[in-house]
Design a protein around this ligand. Sequence first.
Ligand SMILES: [Zn+2]
Length: 278
Amino acid sequence: MKKIECNLPDSLYEALMERMRTDKTSCDHIVATALSQCLGKPLHTLFQVSTSAALVEGLYQGAVEVSRLLRHGDFGLGTFIDLNGEMVVLDGICYQISSNGKVAQVEGDRLIPYAVVTRFNAQFSQQYSGLASFAELVSICDGLRASENLFYAFRIDGKFSLVGTRVMKPVSEGTGLKAAASAQQEFLFEEQEGTLVGLWSPGFAGSFSVPGYHFHFLSNDRERGGHVLECKARDIVIGGCTMHEMHVSLPETAEFLKADLGRDPNEDLMSAERNHES
Ligand SMILES: [Zn+2]
């Protein structure tokens, strides 16, 4: 969060005071909302390309350019055409982690099939020393969430003694997500400084999102990463924010237009996105 000072005409100042009184809200909130509208930088909005139900049914064709994705957010995760690796969007840059373990920046004209991004702006932040497991991370984040019914973004920076990730390998057209996940590449990294980019989605959003937590890792040297299955850490800072607006960009690919997306994707999502041992 940054602090600014500025001079306002008396009339605007009085109108601001009046709005704070009538809406019982803070100056920070009114100014941030007004600036976000004026500058075209949406706050608290989740921008999503395609849906989790489409992924589960094997729709991995390119739908939206990375440059468009980055206009809607600087923080998030997703995947690539034919599930070729894992996506991390961090500090406004889109990275591809490939199944050979390599990490590369992604050009703006690349098309992607699925991603979720937001403009990350920590509304709360906590420091922790000693994190024993991914399960403990989940319970800490649960304690930081005030609701089961809003979307949350979590950014976790720090020193990780261990990070276990998986990276999807490219699959042939029409392979469902559950089958694709069974052939994933797994990695175990030790002593890494880096960031977990995380999203939490409510259960009711299951046809659009991956319900619960979804974390991707990227090391500070931008050389390692993936979809997080396990982690242990020494010192971390967990920051988070709520998102109460959602913009979904539905693909206009021939495959999406014709697909049968009526099936409940939750069981396949759980199987594809969670640790296979747990
Ligand atoms: Zn993932």
